[in-house]
Design a protein around this ligand. Structure first.
Ligand SMILES: NC(=O)c1ccc[n+]([C@@H]2O[C@H](COP(=O)([O-])OP(=O)(O)OC[C@H]3O[C@@H](n4cnc5c(N)ncnc54)[C@H](OP(=O)(O)O)[C@@H]3O)[C@@H](O)[C@H]2O)c1
Length: 334
């Protein structure tokens, strides 16, 4: 099969596009013919190598796959050749280990991917493979962070940092659906305009504007009721302390990642003074994916797809992601 692979960690130059042996499904496994695979920043972290995570090499990146059942291994029941499926990227093994495609198992920048049959979710006819492939990692995580962990409600003010990417655009869409007032923050005027077109009530370009100063100017000082009810920050790095200053008294700071660095400086004065809750959120549950699929099927949610590229342009797709030259999701269609 054709696939994008890397056999050492590094920059974009380690990615290769070519032929590898088509993998055979083992007992309990299914081979899925990939019709769409969306990119996530996780793919960049996996390619570079993440502290504490051992990536078996060579690796095929790609966590988010939708397609059709191609072949089944021994003992698989209930799935037929050609069934339309979405893959839940994560599967716990019976002995308590976490397995994830595009991370600890070969992923979906490929014509085929092998998964445990328990990872398959039936794809409703109304949902295209491209839209479905946007859901698990980015949208599933946004869904859990905003609702299960974050408890975002109608009437609240929600500030989303890094709003132009996969998780970010979904946070904007879900917060609007919940009836919140959404302030979307992104790295260019063009992305801010696109976020307002998507439904954000306000936007701020952090390449030209200090977001903490913007917040104080818009809402006043902490002691006079200033700040936002909910601030979403999965960027980390130098953005962490400014966002601590932006949470309203008794508000929540939500995080699920750290694109710009996981060990930033902090300033705990703001945590106690604002009596804020800092809530972490990790990944998704099956319920999150079921809710998202239902929303896409009945038209309440339309994933934001910037580009669909052929598999041969997998390295270029990753370049666009890493260089922040995209809005929403980039999808590969093998
Ligand atoms: N814990 C989990 O289960 C989980 C699941 C999904 C994602 N995550 C994490 O959440 C974060 C976002 O993921 P994603 O897939 O939505 O990423 P993405 O699509 O690449 O979007 C991230 C956005 O953040 C902004 N950004 C700010 N500083 C950046 C920097 N130094 N480098 C790159 N982008 C930067 C960029 O927007 P501008 O160009 O507008 O600045 C970019 O579009 C990642 O850290 C990811 O690992 C965690």
């Amino acid at each position: 099969m054709k696939a994008v692979t890397f056999d050492e960690h590094g920059g974009l130059e380690v990615l290769k596009f070519g032929e590898v042996d088509t993998p055979e499904p083992g007992p309990g496994e299914v081979r899925v013919a990939v019709e769409a695979c969306s990119l996530n920043y996780h793919d960049v972290f996996t390619r570079r190598g993440m502290p504490g995570i051992k990536t078996p090499l060579p690796m095929i990146p790609g966590c988010d796959a939708a397609g059709r059942v191609d072949a089944a291994g021994a003992g698989v029941e209930g799935w037929r050749h050609g069934d339309r499926v979405l893959v839940d990227p994560v599967q716990w093994t019976d002995d308590g280990r976490i397995q994830m495609i595009g991370d600890t198992r070969w992923g979906a920048y490929a014509e085929y991917v092998i998964v445990d049959a328990r990872q398959l979710i039936t794809l409703p006819d109304q949902v295209s493979a491209i839209d479905a492939s946007c859901l698990p990692v980015a949208y599933g995580t946004a869904h859990r962070m905003m609702f299960t962990r974050g408890g975002v409600k109608a009437g609240e003010t929600v500030f989303v940092l890094g709003a132009s990417g996969g998780v970010g655009t979904c946070c904007v869409l879900l917060a609007k659906q919940a009836g919140a007032h959404v302030i979307a923050a992104a790295g260019s005027a063009e992305k801010c305009a696109a976020l307002e077109a998507l439904g954000a009530d306000e936007s701020v370009d952090y390449s030209t504007t200090d977001i903490a100063a913007f917040t104080r100017q818009r809402t006043g000082s902490l002691f006079s009721g200033g700040g936002w009810d909910v601030v979403v920050n999965f960027t980390g790095g130098d953005t962490w302390v400014p966002t601590l200053r932006m949470v309203k008294m008794g508000g929540r700071l939500l995080t699920c990642g750290a694109t710009a660095g996981f060990d930033p400086a902090t300033d705990i004065r703001f945590i106690w003074t604002a009596e804020m809750d800092i809530r972490g959120s990790n990944g998704w549950k099956r319920d999150d994916l079921a809710s998202l699929l239902a929303m896409v099927a009945d038209g309440r949610l339309k994933p934001v797809v910037d580009k669909v590229l052929p598999l041969s342009e997998g390295a270029e797709a990753m370049r666009l992601l890493e260089d922040r030259q995209f809005f929403g999701k980039i999808v590969l269609a093998p």
